[in-house]
Each structure stands twice: as C-alpha cells, then as structure tokens.
Design a protein around this ligand. Structure first.
Ligand code: GTA
Length: 328
C-alpha cells in the first residue's frame, strides 16, 4: 500500500515571503493535519485496534469527517498522583453506591475534571505501517544471527523502516525544544534528553524520557562498537544527573535501556522509572545500557556478532522475510 503524505514528511519552508504564523505555530499554507487538535469533534471510529484492560488503554483507528487521512488514537487512563489525591478524595467527588455489605462498600466515583484527565496520543495521518504496529497480533520470538541481520534485517530496514523526521526535528530544535530537559551539543558524544511521547509529565511514577544522540548513522544496538563507549558513558552519566536534578529521581530508581528491534533507527536510549512497567521493557526487547557498555568494553564487535532475540508480530513484514528465509 502506498504511503500517504505524513506529518513527518513535511518539506521545509523555502518561500521568500515569510508565511503568516497562526497562534498554534502553523501557517496558512500548512496542511489541515498540522494544526493541533482541540477536541475529537468530527472523529469517526473505524475499529478498535487493540485494547489493554490491565493498562487501561485502548488503540483506535479512525478518521475525521471530511478528510481522507486515517488516524490512530491512543487513550490511556493516567496513574494517581500525590498532588491530585486530595482533590479526588474530597467532597467534589460524587459517589454512587454499587454495593454496601456490613463494613464493605463499592462505589462509582465521578471526580472533578481536573483530576479526571486521560492521556491521548494521536498519529495523524497514520500510515498502513502504523495501523499494523498498533494492532493486536500474535507474536513470535525470533533469533537473529549475525548473518540473518546482514541478509534479512538490514536490507529490510533500509527499505522499509519508519521515517525519522520527528527525530531530526528534535535534534534541530524545530519541535519540542521547550521540552528539552538536557542537551549536550557535542557532535560525537552529545545528545538531547527530553520527555518521551508516552509520558504526560503529570507524575514521576511513570517517568519516561528518551536520549536521542546527535550523531547520525547509528541505527541500533547492532551498529555499536567500542568506538561509541564515550557516547554511551556520557548519556548514562549526564542523563542520570539531569533526571536527579530536574525530577529528584536517583539513578538506582531508573531503568535505562535500548530497544532491539527499535521502531526508529536513529540511536536513542530509554529512561523509565523503575516502578513503571513501560511497554517494551521486557527481556525480549530491552537491553540495559550498563550491560551494553560492559559488553562493548569486553568485546568491540559484541553486538555485530551476537545472536539477538526479539519478538515479531504476525503482520510484521520482517516476520514474513524471516519466514521466507526459513528462519522462523
Ligand atoms: N518526544 O514525536 C515524538 C516521538 N515519537 C514519534 C516516538 N517517540 C517520541 N517521543 C517524542 N516525540 O518510546 C518515542 C516513543 C518511543 C521512542 C522510540 O520514541 O514513544 P523505539 O524506536 O524503541 O520504538 O522507541 P517503540 O518503543 O517501538 O515505539 P513505541 O511507539 O513506544 O511503540 C512500542 C509499543 O508500545 C507499541 O507497539 C504499543 O503497543 C505501545 N505503545 C505505544 N505508544 C503507547 C502509548 N502512548 N500508550 C501505551 N502504549 C503505547
């Protein structure tokens, strides 16, 4: 399926005349989807792609009336926080009794709007690949050897990987610059640390930041060698320091890791709160940065040689490639 023009395909503005900026930062000539949403008015649900009652989140495929581009919307109930609990546990929360038996009671509570928000993520326009990524599917564990990587994975990701314009926008301070928590601008060892799209910054118990390296061309764990140790040490040390200073979370309460396979092939490191069961933090996907550093200190080509395991989902094109090669 041909990809539709997406938000991260937007061409840089090159016209001589400066375009008139609107209050939301977009200009008259920007496509309609460049404008941030203020509500879900005109949203039409097509299908629930996935539903996680345990995480209290739902992934929905839909469209906006009058527009042909498709959207993926992720709705997630947010954790309670110490600051908002006094409001939730006040007279402002209305209770409707469900069951009262001796000392036991169940109620349906309706807290005031300011403590009743949900986290909303929108991918719009979403491509077919996004719909596949967010759909519920059977998963399969794959063992990728050095040879598999060269013959199957690398050619596939060079042709098919998600675009990373959003990464360049961050590195070039075109978007999210006001959200940067820390930046080391060095071209070789520098990075930008900022809140991940999955974190709404409302409470630190689901803290999630990413460090995106300034250096281009490091696709993933597979590309790392001892040459990158100064970069990795720098991210570990300065990332921990910045999070301690800004959010008062000590290094021993952080899970700092890389994904393999990542979705976006420009090196980035995930920093999550240890108490938070972040999506993708399981053993089949997450590689602790401290372990990565130690492996590279022991053996410079560790990650180009090592067989790496990861899960692929039924509709992943990469799984089809592994099957074609008789590797699954
Ligand atoms: N600040 O524009 C962005 C941005 N984008 C496009 C992605 N990220 C961004 N951060 C900022 N601005 O943690 C973040 C992602 C992710 C990281 C890339 O960059 O949130 P990765 O390359 O290893 O890719 O990391 P990953 O982890 O597969 O991406 P993602 O999107 O997190 O998906 C993993 C799985 O987590 C999904 O398949 C889905 O099951 C689940 N998931 C995704 N988003 C959510 C969500 N909002 N809520 C709950 N679960 C989610």
């Amino acid at each position: 399926m041909a990809e539709k023009r997406r938000a991260d395909d937007a061409e840089p503005i090159t016209a001589q005349e400066p375009k008139k900026a609107k209050s939301d930062g977009t200009t008259q000539d920007d496509p309609h989807w460049a404008t941030p949403l203020s509500s879900f008015q005109d949203f039409e649900m097509i299908k629930i792609l996935n539903d996680h009652p345990k995480n209290k989140s739902v992934f929905v495929h839909g469209k906006f009336k009058g527009h042909e581009e498709e959207a993926v919307v992720i709705l997630e109930k947010t954790p309670f926080s110490e600051e908002t609990l006094p409001i939730a546990l006040s007279g402002e929360t209305k209770l409707k009794v469900g069951l009262k038996n001796d000392i036991y009671g169940n109620y349906h509570g309706t807290p005031p709007a300011q403590v009743n928000g949900i986290k909303v993520s929108v991918v719009y326009p979403a491509t077919h690949k996004h719909l596949v990524k967010y759909s519920q599917q059977e998963t399969y564990l794959v063992q990728e050897t050095e040879d598999d990587y060269k013959k199957i994975t690398l050619p596939f990701l060079e042709a098919e990987a998600f675009r990373i314009q959003w990464v360049y926008n961050i590195l070039e301070h075109k978007t999210e610059s006001e959200r940067i928590v820390y930046e080391d601008p060095d071209k070789e060892t520098g990075f930008i640390l900022l809140p991940d799209m999955k974190w709404d910054l409302k409470q630190v118990n689901d803290l999630y930041l990413i460090a995106i390296v300034h250096k281009h061309g490091i696709r993933s764990l597979r590309d790392l060698t001892a040459e990158h140790l100064p970069l990795l040490h720098n991210i570990l040390k300065k990332g921990q320091q910045a999070i301690q200073e800004k959010f008062d979370i000590p290094p021993c309460k952080l899970r700092i890791y890389l994904h393999y396979q990542p979705s976006y092939y420009h090196l980035h490191i995930h920093f999550t709160h240890l108490n938070f069961d972040a999506p993708g933090s399981g053993v089949e996907r997450a590689h602790l940065l401290t372990d990565v550093i130690e492996h590279l200190e022991m053996m410079t080509d560790y990650y180009s040689k090592k067989t790496l395991s990861f899960c692929l989902r039924e509709n992943d094109q990469l799984l089809a490639e592994f099957r074609k090669a008789g590797r699954v």
